[in-house]
Design a protein around this ligand. Sequence first.
Ligand code: 0TT
Ligand code: SF4
Length: 358
Amino acid sequence: MTVLTPERRAARTPGKPTSLFIPELVYFEPDALSYPKGERIMEWVQELRIPYRMTTSHNRITNLPGEGELEQYKIAKRTLVVGVRKTLEFDQSKPSADYAIPIATGCMGHCHYCYLQTTLGAKPYVRVYVNTNDIMTAAKQYIEERAPEITTFEAACTSDPLGLEHITGSLAELIAFMAEEPLGRLRFVTKFQHVEPLLGIAHNHHTRIRFSVNSDYVIRHFEPATARFEERTRAAGQVARAGYPLGFIIAPIIWHDGWQEGYAELLAKLAEELPPEAGKDLTFEMIQHRFTKTAKAVIEKRYPKTKLEMDIDKRKKKWGRWGQNKYVYPDEQQNALREFITERIFEHFPASRIDYFT
Ligand code: 0TT
Ligand code: SF4
């Protein structure tokens, strides 16, 4: 019998729909159970007979199953921690929004290049917060402070919240809340496809749903345990038909053999697969691949066979906001990528807007 590792089990099987994330182990912080969302998640966990434990704080989780750092990392990615968000001070989220709105941290995806690998440290559990009302009250204060300017909130800075929506329902709450805020806007990005619960919400066009897309080469080599391209575009069509503003993030843009064909094909396929409604209010964001020295070391340990190129000699050093230098492509390559993809975007979607290239 073949024993599947959690990573393999979560990986895409050609033709088979990407399934909803079911954690293998759940930790509850005791306070979480005094919130309705915490109670609901407990009922769900018991109904599905998922093993669970109580923990006084996520920092105290020391006895995760699995031997060695690598195995523990994989198990942590299938472990859910249900807790209360204590810090209600929001981080900035340039260039995508004014603030990051914290509803979850961590992700069950296994993208080799993901920055959460370094930002979340050694044990990147999937954490969800049950005190959504506190989070929305804080958001309201940020909106009021900036009035009459519009304030935008990014819900996908530290997680892929759509991949957790069947457990939390938090995006639905934020979408409904933001619909009633004349000066508030929500946005999030995802590599998953389960958008059904969001389709019927009165969103008032105040939430932009974006899908992360890439060339076939990048998706195939670097994005295990996420939805397939066709699943993402089908979901994009559904949200466009539900009247949501739609967007695509092309990230990370990677210079690989045949990148021109790869990115040309990406835009052509998007144009082919999307319904006409999708073109009405459509944005693109472009993020070139970057890494820090710390990230390179971590990625090489966790995905030792990765084909991800991280050769510092081929890169340009860029001063990072958190004091760590990051490595991006030299100007000539950046310009070639930006110009080529921009042309393809406007060739297929002349009425769309490009928010930024970074
Ligand atoms: O390596 C990923 C890069 O992508 C980061 O520099 C952030 C950036 N990014 C991610 C982006 O430009 N647009 C996005 O929509 C993001 C998905 C969300 C985002 C995250 C953002 O726009 N701005 C941010 O500052 N972040 C934060 O960056 C989250 C996390 O704390 C940090 C990681 O560098
Ligand atoms: Fe990271 Fe997004 Fe991939 Fe999840 S889906 S591992 S958050 S890049």
